[in-house]
Design a binder for this molecule. Structure first.
Ligand code: NAP
Length: 540
């Protein structure tokens, strides 16, 4: 497609937004508020994004509800009541539907539509976007809010076609659900998702086989239910909370301890760890001692503290040892929260199958084959994760200036400027793109809203100045990539293989996908770009 491509006038937009989840809904709202003609596209059949797709048993938010929400409308903040500290998927999905209705967003969203390609038309400074529904849209701005954990990994095992049972990826869980009662179920994967599935279904199924390659350091979730008094208490804190989240390290309502771990006596250390552990949240990871992320000695200490907690929960010491991680330190990969996960292994109907040394060979007609042994199963649940950060965008076939391909670029080297734009791709905005805290070193609601606000301000600026396009200059991008790498390399995160470093996808270039300099620091860089009128960016 090129400048000569004829576009139906009805298919000309100021902006096309991809995604109708937490970020996409807000982006549509903000751009419409600016007076833009906007169309949103989503592959799903309804709003919700992550909370539409991930409807597997036990799916639950692990950021506190009263900070995992929108801040833009006081009315909404007053109207919506959260029922608990960490709401289950249906409640969060209901919330996003409520928002879509309240702000009449649905009329501008086209569901069941996947973007196939997006090509920059330099002659007319616009994006030409095609979809699997046969649409061709033209838009000045192309804003991806497609999510950083939305591209499920492809099935890694052969023989699925021979298997007579059912197979489901957690992120493509059927709308009608799967009846697991009385079935023989296998779960592959013990990340944050697998843990939620396993702890939820263990008591419902006849037999549960957990195929574990790498164990996790999971922290017990303390999930309080809220009554009116608790909700009022949260509401009374809104003015300070909506500020606090943007100034903390990870976008939560807590921050790291002010004292250094190494300055404390052994007794003080133990007491402090127990106190933070009892909070029952991600605080133990990203609101405890910052040295966990940077100091090997502290990390080793805290890792052993968590290992002891795991050992204390599992009756059979041999099984407990299999559930204890040794190959990496606590917090150097995403820490999951759990409720009854370790206790599930005390049940007679649950078996832990260690596939760390003997990998799963594939499916048979009746189940899964490991080391020549067949495990008969009726249902196989793939909790095998995502091509994170880059996957959703790479699958869209995006071509920028001079026909350069984003997929090709990121196949060699994952680069961006502030995680929001990429050199060579004018007017492409990548909310939750790689190299920003929003790739999962943040309470997502905080970071996504901050990024959407930045994109909106940038577009407002271009329109006010009569400019048609913006893209980060090569030097600007190099500065950000270098700063990102320096920050990442000063931590222990790069030492661990997980989706955080792209290690779960064969051939993916290794780089920490999330910026780890802190949400507050990141926001300052974003603010500077704006207040300097986008110095280092090319505009025309
Ligand atoms: P994940 O953390 O990438 O875990 C995937 C799991 O599948 C790992 O245990 C992995 O083992 C295993 N696996 C992959 N390929 C395998 C193979 N060939 N054989 C055996 N095992 C294999 O994915 P996830 O659990 O879906 O979580 C992704 C992220 O989603 C989380 O880190 C979190 O950020 C987010 N999440 C959030 C929530 C929440 O907010 N409540 C809930 C769920 C997920 P290895 O580790 O050995 O590769």
């Amino acid at each position: 497609m090129s400048s000569t491509t004829k576009i139906d006038q009805n298919a000309e937009y100021d902006a096309i937004v991809v995604g109708a989840g937490v970020a996409g809904l807000y982006q549509l709202y903000r751009l419409r508020e600016l007076g833009l003609k906007v169309r949103s596209l989503d592959a799903a059949g309804a709003v919700g994004g992550t909370w539409y797709w991930n409807r597997y048993p036990g799916a639950r938010v692990d950021s506190q509800s009263y900070i995992y929400q929108y801040w833009f409308s006081d009315e909404l903040l007053e109207e919506w009541d959260w029922s608990e500290r960490f709401p289950a998927q249906p409640e969060t999905e209901r919330y996003l539907n409520y928002v879509a209705d309240k702000f009449d967003l649905r009329k501008d969203i086209q569901f069941n539509t996947t973007v196939k390609s997006a090509h920059w038309d330099a002659g007319r400074s616009r994006w030409l976007i095609t979809t699997d529904q046969g649409d061709t849209f033209a838009a000045r701005y192309f804003v991806s809010c497609a999510g950083m954990l939305s591209a499920p990994v492809a099935l890694p095992f052969p023989g699925r076609e021979t298997f007579k049972g059912q197979v489901a990826h957690t992120a493509r869980w059927p709308q009608e659900g799967i009846d697991l009662a009385g079935k023989r179920v296998g779960v592959i994967g013990t990340g944050a998702t697998g843990i939620q599935v396993i702890q939820t279904i263990a008591s419902q199924v006849a037999e549960l086989k957990v195929f574990q390659r790498t164990p996790q350091y999971a922290v017990p979730m303390r999930n309080d239910t809220y009554d009116d008094a608790a909700r009022d208490a949260w509401r009374a804190k809104y003015p300070e909370l909506r500020e606090q989240v943007h100034h903390s390290f990870v976008g939560f309502d807590f921050d790291f301890e002010t004292e250094n771990y190494l300055d404390l006596s052994p007794e003080e250390r133990k007491a402090a760890l127990e106190r933070i552990w009892a909070d029952g949240s991600l605080r133990f990871w990203v609101g405890g001692f910052q040295e966990i992320l940077t100091d090997e000695e502290v990390n080793a200490d805290v890792s052993e503290f968590v290992r002891d907690k795991i050992r204390a929960r599992v009756k059979d010491p041999a099984i407990a040892e299999k559930l204890v991680p040794y190959s990496y330190g606590f917090g150097t990969a995403r820490v999951p929260l759990e409720t009854g996960y370790y206790d599930a292994y005390n049940r007679d109907n649950v078996e832990l199958v260690d596939v760390s040394e003997t990998p799963i060979e594939g499916f048979t007609e009746n189940g899964l084959l490991v080391g020549g042994k067949e495990y008969p199963l009726d249902v196989v649940i793939l909790a095998t994760g995502f091509d994170a950060g880059t996957g959703a965008l790479s699958r869209m076939d995006i071509h920028g200036r001079d026909d350069r391909s984003l997929t090709e670029l990121w196949r060699k080297d994952i680069r961006s400027t502030l995680g929001l734009q990429v050199h060579g791709f004018p007017n492409l905005f990548t909310v939750a793109g790689p190299l920003a805290p929003s790739t999962a070193f943040c309470n997502m609601a905080t970071c996504l809203q901050q990024q959407v606000d930045w994109v909106t301000d940038c577009i407002a600026y271009l329109r006010k100045e009569g400019l048609k396009s913006i893209e980060p200059g090569a030097e600007k991008e190099e500065w950000w990539v270098q700063h990102h790498d320096e920050t990442a390399n000063a931590t222990l995160m790069m030492t661990t293989n997980s989706w955080y470093t792209g290690a779960n996808i064969e051939g993916k270039p290794r780089r920490l996908l999330s910026y780890i300099g802190g949400v507050d620091e990141y926001r300052k860089f974003c603010d500077e770009a704006k207040t300097s009128h986008y110095e280092g960016y090319a505009m025309s």
